[in-house]
Design a protein. Structure first.
Ligand SMILES: Nc1ncnc2c1ncn2[C@@H]1O[C@H](COP(=O)(O)OP(=O)(O)OP(=O)(O)O)[C@@H](O)[C@H]1O
Length: 373
């Protein structure tokens, strides 16, 4: 799958742009704050429906406008997905695919696939558990349509159960409603945990291989699911449900005091070790970046296994931060999958990529100009 055309209107600092991309490699060069990340972000937005920068939809609209449009044409052989998303100030976004409106925005996710590696990807290692859960949710939603459904359901159950817990404090009689919400929480929560355990097992193995290769065999990466139910890796669904049930049963008093649900996948995390040590606390910046790179690159393999097609790879200003081993590892991908790279540094980058079939663009203050080689 590749992006053939990109059209933006009133998107962040772009007034209006229309560009045709190369099937393989595209390089966007420009100084700081010219719009390079905005451009990559718009492609991600067209695939996932929201930004990878924790931005609200409203931020995607040029600050003095009240509407923006992202229109991206994805092509896979004869299959075309022309995605158009309109963002409005003060009302919900509207999505069309090949001219037909989508009822729910969740229907967009998984139709096309993108993978992004940016300076923020390091937060996968050093950021909070929220960021790792978000990573799991985005990745699993792209490849497993049922996961997205379960996640939406679980979040609704969680809100209802938390409301009930708050009510019990004022009115202990409402406790009789609790078993039904516990059952919903445990059933849907365990389904989510099963998906995540399986995903982490797969991505953990792939990322370990990649990490070993790019670190020249000196580092072993372990990425495993860390549930707040305790040690559940390797257990079957019924055993996990049983543990979940016991934890919930024992924690009711504390839950009432804290006014929230204290067990479940909404509080889980990923444990990332390098050579057996927690990478969050013991690894260097370079090691953390390599671990993040390995996890992101492993996503490409998983998407290929699931979809029988490669995703579009978005690399935001990351090549200059990597050493030659890591750079070469990334560049190898550009032969098989469409890659869109941004950079402030043209000489070094163009030197490494000089043999490749590519398009080069120059980004300046929200304007884009293709450079002819
Ligand atoms: N909603 C918006 N309306 C108008 N301008 C915006 C909006 N959001 C961001 N910008 C502007 O876009 C510019 C930044 O673009 P971007 O983050 O893509 O930079 P960049 O070219 O990737 O730079 P760097 O190399 O520093 O990462 C900034 O000048 C910012 O003020």
């Amino acid at each position: 799958m590749h992006v053939e055309r990109l059209h933006l209107k009133n998107y962040r600092n772009f007034n209006e742009i229309d560009i045709d991309l190369n099937r393989k490699l595209n390089i966007f060069i420009g100084n700081n704050a010219q719009g390079k990340t905005n451009l990559l972000e718009s492609i991600f937005v067209s695939s996932i429906g929201k930004s990878f920068r924790f931005s609200k939809d409203e931020n995607l609209i040029t600050s003095d406008q009240d509407h923006s449009r992202v229109n991206v044409k994805f092509v896979r052989e004869s299959d075309v997905k022309d995605i158009e998303i309109d963002f409005f100030k003060g009302s919900k976004k509207k999505i069309k695919i090949n001219g037909l409106s989508l009822e729910k925005y969740s229907e967009l996710v998984g139709l096309t696939n993108v993978v992004v590696f940016s300076p923020d990807s390091i937060n996968l290692i050093k950021g909070s558990p929220v960021e790792r859960r978000r990573y799991l949710n985005v990745e699993l939603s792209q490849i497993k349509p049922n996961y997205k459904y379960l996640l939406t359901r679980y979040n609704k159950i969680l809100i209802q159960r938390n409301n009930l817990i708050k009510k019990i404090l004022e009115n202990p009689k409402s406790k009789k409603m609790l078993p039904i919400w516990n059952e919903h929480l445990i059933n849907t929560g365990t389904d989510i945990i099963m998906y995540r355990l399986d995903y982490l097992k797969r991505i953990g193995m792939l990322a370990r291989k990649i990490h070993e290769e790019i670190s020249g065999g000196t580092e072993i990466l372990d990425a495993t699911y860390k549930s707040n139910l305790g040690k559940i890796n390797g257990l079957g669904k019924d055993d996990i449900k049983e543990i979940f049930y016991r934890k919930i049963e024992k924690s009711l008093e504390r839950e009432i005091m804290r006014k929230s649900t204290l067990y479940g996948p909404h509080l889980d995390d990923i444990e990332i070790l390098i050579n057996g040590m927690d990478s969050k606390f013991y690894s260097s910046q370079g090691q953390k970046r390599t671990a993040a790179l390995s996890l992101v690159m492993a996503e490409i393999d998983i998407i290929y296994e699931e979809k029988d097609d490669y995703p579009v790879l978005l690399l935001d200003d990351v090549l200059s931060e990597l050493d030659n081993n890591r750079k070469n590892y990334l560049i190898r991908f550009t032969d098989k999958i469409q890659t869109i790279i941004t950079s402030t540094d043209d000489t070094d980058l163009l030197n490494i990529l000089r043999e490749k079939n590519k398009k080069i663009f120059y980004v300046e203050n929200g304007n884009i100009k293709q450079i002819m080689e």
